[in-house]
Write a protein that binds this ligand. Structure first.
Ligand code: BV8
Ligand code: ZN
Length: 256
């Protein structure tokens, strides 16, 4: 249940956030499942946050995959199938446009999402710190390959060695991809303005980027219809859906 959006508060917030972005030399954005909600993809901890009665934290783990690879693949086959039916929404597109308003590599988009919708919307510099549903990795030889979104066999196997393939996503208890994570940390530390969009700020170490941006004296703006554990740690809250708030924010920058 989203709280009613206070229109004036949002308008003033948008003016302040636009000014911070205009003054910023470097910007970092952290997105979560909420930015894809208006594309029709389920978030993790909303009312649909369970899967076959299991909390996602119990399905998205290497232990669950070792114990029951069919069950875990059923979860990912379902998510890949859902992705075949969705498009980027105005929130994704606004972030792609925002990137063009800054010199190359002065805006870094860090996403916890594995849906590839930021790239589909045109964002060029995207750090997928939790991996991607569009790739698979062999459990035996670690070869990673593009799988696109086409249906895969129930238990897909590696073309090179016949080993069992897994989705190339980061499960709970697993390390984040080192290169993407290091770049995300330096982007959060270096930026003057840090947008936190559509995340419940519960999953670490990604949520820790907010504190890193704070200690780097960045101005932090949260875009979320609801309060989150990050809300007390941000400088400005834009309470509303990303698909509405982000286009309004970029509109202000376009008109300057
Ligand atoms: C690691 C990929 C260690 C798979 C994902 C106890 C305390 C603290 C930490 C831990 C702990 N126990 C375990 C941990 C660590 C654990 C963790 O943080 N657990 C949490 C649950 C407490 N973290 C890990 O395990 C990480 N690895 O720590 O490794 C290590 C160290 C050394 C050596 C070896 C190992 C790995 C975490 C990555 C897990 N993988 N995804 C997949 O997707 O299937 S996480 C998963 O949750 C997704 O990536 C998702 O993005 C992420 C976070 O969720 P959100 O994106 O925030 O989505 P959510 O539904 O929660 O929230 C949506 C938000 O959007 C809401 O706020 C809602 O209000 C808002 N919203 C809704 N509609 C809109 C909107 N906003 C804007 N517009 C809208 N329209
Ligand atoms: Zn292999």
């Amino acid at each position: 249940m989203h709280h009613p959006v206070d229109h004036d508060e949002l308008e003033h917030g948008l003016d302040a956030a636009a000014l911070w972005l205009l003054q910023a030399e470097r910007v970092a954005v952290l997105t979560g499942a909420g930015v894809s909600a208006e594309s029709g993809l389920a978030t993790f901890r909303g009312p649909d946050g369970l899967w076959e009665g299991h909390p996602v934290e119990q399905v998205a783990t290497p232990e669950a995959f070792r114990r029951d690879p069919q069950m875990v693949w059923r979860f990912y086959h379902g998510r890949r199938a859902a992705l075949r039916m969705v498009e980027p929404n105005p929130g994704h597109r606004a972030l792609a446009e925002l990137e063009t308003l800054f010199p190359a590599s002065h805006l870094t988009l860090i996403t916890q999402n594995v849906d590839g919708l930021h790239q589909a919307a045109g964002s060029g510099r995207v750090l997928e710190v939790h991996g991607t549903l569009r790739q698979v990795r062999c459990e035996a030889c670690a070869e990673t390959s593009d799988a696109g979104l086409l249906p895969l066999p129930e238990l897909p196997t590696c073309g090179s060695c016949g080993g069992l393939l897994r989705p190339a996503v980061v499960w709970f208890g697993e390390m984040l991809p080192q290169d993407a994570w290091w770049q995300a940390e330096s982007a959060a530390w270096d930026c003057d303005c840090f947008l936190v969009v559509g995340t419940s700020a519960l999953v670490y170490p990604a949520a820790g980027l907010i504190d890193l941006a704070r200690s780097g004296n960045s101005r932090i703006v949260e875009v979320n219809p609801d309060r989150t554990p990050a809300s007390p740690r941000v400088d400005l809250r834009l309470r509303g859906p990303a698909g509405k708030v982000l286009p309004a924010l970029v509109q202000r920058l376009r008109t300057g």
